[in-house]
Write a protein that binds this ligand. Structure first.
Ligand SMILES: Cc1ncc(C[n+]2csc(CCOP(=O)(O)OP(=O)(O)O)c2C)c(N)n1
Length: 531
């Protein structure tokens, strides 16, 4: 007689969910017992890392990933990166064990008291099956919800005594749509407005990359002869950033962003929120006389935009449909933006010089995972993303994503037989939030390169304090941290990059290594302006 556990593993197999990211506890052991040989458990030392590893893996495979957490405390530890997965729109099936149903009434140790509330509001669906026999079908439903647009994480709470119960007949294995096309009538209105525009501009977001739509984004930009901006604080790159139409990343504050759009009568935003603001710099959302059109697959994102008219649809399908309707234009193509000049020599070097050196030795098919708050602008300017699916960061603003995400990304690359090089650029503060991911990278022998610009402080928060006139904040300095010792303790190779000219050698050796390498690189503690 099949048990709930047997039927669930059969379904997971059928759905291709044979990798489980997690950190085990007693409430998960009945699920994990006799772990089948055709499944793989990716062991993270803390749940924050488990969630972000699954996120990176799901983003690269383009399919949902399964992460198994330890009841309430494990879900709590995973919560920061669950917030990120929500904003990243990563399809994740997050499961957590629950105490035995027979004891729940008296709330024994490790009871999750309100399990379906705990991960809210950062999951699309949260459920504890009413009967043990519903677990397999609940997985099927979880898979469908996670994958359907707008994709995102879902949560299942699974009581530990359910797994040995006799199963119902297995649920039907179903497929679901992961994208939908735009309303043809509204699409024609958008195309007509774009065709009649005097000076249109494109603003592209991460959904363009998720939809594998770089080529059609380029075709639309060229058809319109329009400059192209990245939407503010993008979690993925959406356009070839060396293309002559490319302008850079829009600032993430209301007034400065509107200023960049001045002179355009029409803004087409595809695959991003309108807009992902951060510091409050008040002003009009758009320059006078500028109109905004917004394409997104998320009705909530469309609804909360302060300005603009929306069209619901997948970024790639909608761009392709627009391209079919747009006439050729006789407007001249935009001039390329000026090249960045040579970096200024300094001792210690600044981040700009370090990133100029990184760009000079960058592997052509490299993937950049970024979590370097104060140095972000310099990094993106020096190292434009030239290929799809090559730049990843968190959409949420929550630190602790980059290191574990890189593990999931590198693992997915290995599984796909591509083995693209993965380089993480992460601040010496950000490094510590999910630092234990280094151990998993070492165990899996993933040759991730972790370049850490070391300024011994939370520089971005010092910039923020200047912008917002909040002097005297404690806890912004980071003395007494030995990154080399920490990295070695988790099983990584290390090499200090004393000056930028040492980077090419260090990077080449790290890319050839059999496991992860951490490269601390001392930089100046100068505090840049945030905007
Ligand atoms: C989970 C989490 N905790 C705290 C913060 C607040 N925070 C934002 S940036 C930052 C400092 C980052 O420092 P570092 O990585 O050294 O980069 P730097 O600013 O020096 O470039 C902190 C603590 C956050 N964003 N996320």
């Amino acid at each position: 007689m099949a048990t709930v556990r047997d039927t669930t593993y059969e379904l997971l197999r059928a759905l291709g969910l044979t990798t489980v990211f997690g950190n085990p506890g007693s409430t998960e052991q009945p699920f994990l017992q006799d772990f089948p040989a055709d499944f793989r458990y990716v062991h993270a030392l803390q749940e924050a890392s488990a969630v972000a590893m699954a996120d990176g893996y799901a983003q690269v495979t383009g399919r949902p990933a399964h992460v198994n957490l330890h009841t309430a405390p494990g879900t709590g530890n995973g919560m920061g990166n669950l917030v990120t997965a929500w904003h990243n729109r990563t399809p994740l099936i997050v499961t957590a064990g629950q105490q035995s149903r027979e004891m729940l009434l008296t709330e024994p140790r490790l009871t999750s008291r309100a399990p379906t509330e705990l991960p809210q509001p950062y999951v699309k669906w949260s459920y504890e099956p009413v009967r043990a026999q519903d677990i397999p079908a609940a997985f099927m439903r979880a898979y469908a919800i996670a994958a359907q647009p707008p994709s995102g994480p879902v949560f299942l709470s699974l009581p530990l005594d359910d797994w040995s119960q006799p199963a119902d007949p297995p649920p039907a294995v179903r497929t679901v749509a992961t994208r939908f096309g735009p309303d043809p009538e509204r699409l024609r209105e958008f195309a007509a407005l774009l065709a009649a525009s005097r000076s249109p501009v494109l603003v592209l977001g991460a959904a363009v990359d998720r939809a594998e739509a770089w080529p059609v984004a380029v075709a639309v930009a060229e058809r319109l002869a329009a400059p192209v901006w990245s939407a503010p604080a993008p979690e993925r790159a959406a356009f070839p950033e060396r293309h002559p139409h490319y302008r850079g990343v829009l600032p993430f504050a209301i007034a400065p962003l509107a200023e960049k759009l001045r002179g355009h009568d029409l803004v087409l935003v595809v695959g991003a929120p309108v807009f992902r603001y951060y510091p409050h710099v008040p002003g009009a959302h758009l320059p006078d006389g500028t109109r905004l059109l917004h394409v997104t697959d998320d009705p909530e994102e469309a609804a909360r935009a302060p300005v603009g008219d929306s069209l619901l649809g997948d970024a790639g399908l909608t761009l392709a449909a627009l391209l079919d309707l747009l006439p050729e234009t006789d407007r001249p193509a935009p001039e390329p933006r000026p090249e960045a000049g040579p970096p200024q020599p300094a001792d210690p070097p600044d981040a700009d010089a370090l990133f100029a050196a990184l760009a000079a030795c960058w592997p052509a098919d490299g993937i950049l995972v970024q979590e370097s708050p104060s140095n972000l602008a310099a990094l993106r300017r020096r190292l434009p993303t030239a290929r799809p699916a090559s730049y990843f960061t968190m959409a949420s603003g929550g630190l602790g994503y980059g290191l574990p995400a890189a593990v999931g990304i590198a693992l997915a690359e290995r599984d796909a037989g591509r083995d693209r090089p993965v380089v993480v650029v992460i601040g010496d503060g950000s490094f510590h939030y999910s630092v234990q991911a280094l151990w998993t990278a070492a165990r899996l022998r993933l040759p991730i390169v972790v370049l850490v610009p070391v300024n011994r402080q939370y520089t971005i928060l010092k910039s923020f304090a200047e912008l917002k006139h909040t002097p005297g904040v404690p806890g912004l300095d980071l003395p007494g941290l030995d990154l080399t010792a920490i990295a070695q303790g988790y099983g990584c190779a290390t090499r200090v990059v004393g000056t930028p000219d040492e980077l090419p050698d260090a990077l080449a050796a790290a890319l050839r290594a059999e496991g992860p390498t951490v490269l601390p690189a001392p930089i100046s503690a100068e505090v840049p302006r945030i905007l």
